[in-house]
Design a protein around this ligand. Sequence first.
Ligand code: GRF
Length: 285
Amino acid sequence: MLEKLKKRWQVNTLGLFLIILTFALGGTLCGIAGKRVMLLTGMEKNITWYLIYILIISILWPACVLLISIPLGQYLFFSAYLLRVKNRIFGKNMETKNIAIFASGAGSNAQKIIDRFRNSSFVNVALIICNKEGAGVKHIAENENIPFLLIDKERFFRGDSYLPELENKNISLIVLAGFLWKIPLALIKAFPQKIINIHPALLPKYGGKGMYGQHVHSAVIAAGEKESGISIHFVDEIYDHGKTIFQATCPIDENDNPESLAQKIHQLEHKHFPEVVEQLLLNEK
Ligand code: GRF
């Protein structure tokens, strides 16, 4: 049972514990708050009392759970969870959303996103696009049986930018997960606010052309920063410039070097990127 939940929610044992704790504390807080409200009404405990009490706790429950989720670091999980519940209750169209992942390297973020949505009826990783022959992400696409497309530079920058392929797959969101090329204007115009990127530092610092991979971490450490983190942002025509959607931080110790910092950053990315993707899709009109 617990293993099933871990798989379903794509969390480790600690994550599952924190989620259950949030449910428990949120429920308790909601019960207490509900009783307080009922006391204020001065009503006698009869069937109407219970009916109103149930109504009140149903309204208070989401707020209580969200409140508790913040200090327990589970806000992203619960906001997505509550949106799913809301969409189901109000019968909002939960048709499958197709996403395309663009990547140039190993593809560990791509893998995490694929893992999260493997059994999802709501999100489907429909296409992986890569600009580098031999990139690890190609093997991931093969193992996962996901259509894979290797970019031809000329067509990408001066042709149709693979718009027909993206339109054919009815792509709702383009996710750049370690994609090193600039996105052509044609794609940005065709997918307004529908292309997101993850950057391994706290933008607006340490972004822009040439700021990728170890270059970023080396610059952060050389500047003597005490913390770094990740930024997930919309993509516009300027490198690492679009509106920030989400940031998370990690401390930098004096023993850290670019490699150890890269590991910390990857952990943050793997934890948050899939959640943010899901949230954006859930919030889509
Ligand atoms: C990540 O650190 C991401 O922030 C950056 O490129 C890296 C990709 O790593 N844009 P991976 O290929 O997902 O392992």
